[in-house]
Design a protein around this ligand. Structure first.
Ligand SMILES: [Zn+2]
Length: 239
């Protein structure tokens, strides 16, 4: 058991160093992620505008083609007016002409509406461009800073992770899972020393009887206040 405690102490030192390396990176990875997300959402928004522009251009072109056909039809009706044989035919063609003119007016209006929404869409799309460019620049900058930081810490981190992998092999599974659970719940520190009759991490007094038991180092005792694994080092001063 004493060996296990020594291994845990070693493990905690590795974890402490890993945490230090992690803190060097700081919030760079999160910041980079946030910028990337924003950039992608703006790019999607611009793509949506592009799609809408393309659809509007197509619809406008269709309306124009239709208008050309209508005007040809109107010409045809008008030339037919000169060849009518009676009033009934004349009235019928006149009604056709009136209807077609109405339709053509409506189409003209629609084409104007397309023109307006195109101008609006293009303006919205163009407004996104500088925003996207700025975000892309910021992302590149942050990426470079992060990569530089990672390059300086990567080797050390690799070494520590390998060492951790080896070290945990010597820790019984149950104790390791207790260690990991306490570590993640207690700010990365799972062990506490019995020092001067108190817990070195939370400073709460350890009852003398419990202190004696901890000193035996033959069982896992947790601090009743902070829940950390209590360790007694013979060289540490004890009362
Ligand atoms: Zn404690």
């Amino acid at each position: 058991m004493r060996n296990t405690f020594n291994t845990l102490m070693h493990l905690q030192e590795i974890d402490r160093q890993l945490a230090t390396l992690e803190s060097v990176k700081g919030d760079l990875p999160q910041r980079l992620e946030a910028i990337t997300e924003e950039l992608e959402s703006k790019q999607r928004a611009r793509q949506e505008k592009e799609d809408a522009i393309r659809e509007t251009v197509t619809a406008q072109q269709q309306a124009r083609d239709e208008l050309v056909l209508m005007r040809e039809r109107l010409k045809k009706y008008q030339s037919q007016l000169y060849q009518v044989k009676n009033n009934r035919e004349y009235d019928a063609i006149t009604i056709e002409i009136e209807n077609t003119e109405k339709e053509a007016d409506a189409l003209d209006y629609k084409i104007l509406e397309y023109e307006e929404s195109l101008a609006k869409l293009q303006q919205e799309r163009d407004a996104l461009t500088p925003v996207i460019e700025e975000l892309a620049t910021r992302r590149t900058e942050n990426q470079e800073i992060l990569e530089k930081t990672l390059a300086t810490t990567r080797d050390e981190e690799q070494k520590l992770l390998l060492e951790r992998e080896e070290t945990v092999k010597a820790v019984p599974r149950q104790i390791l899972s207790t260690y990991n659970r306490i570590r993640s719940g207690r700010g990365g520190v799972a062990l506490a020393l019995l020092r001067d009759g108190a817990c070195s991490e939370c400073s709460s007094r350890i009852p003398p009887q419990r202190g004696l038991e901890i000193r035996q180092m033959d069982k896992l005792y947790l601090c009743e206040v902070c829940g950390r694994i209590m360790i007694w080092l013979p060289e540490a001063k004890n009362t």
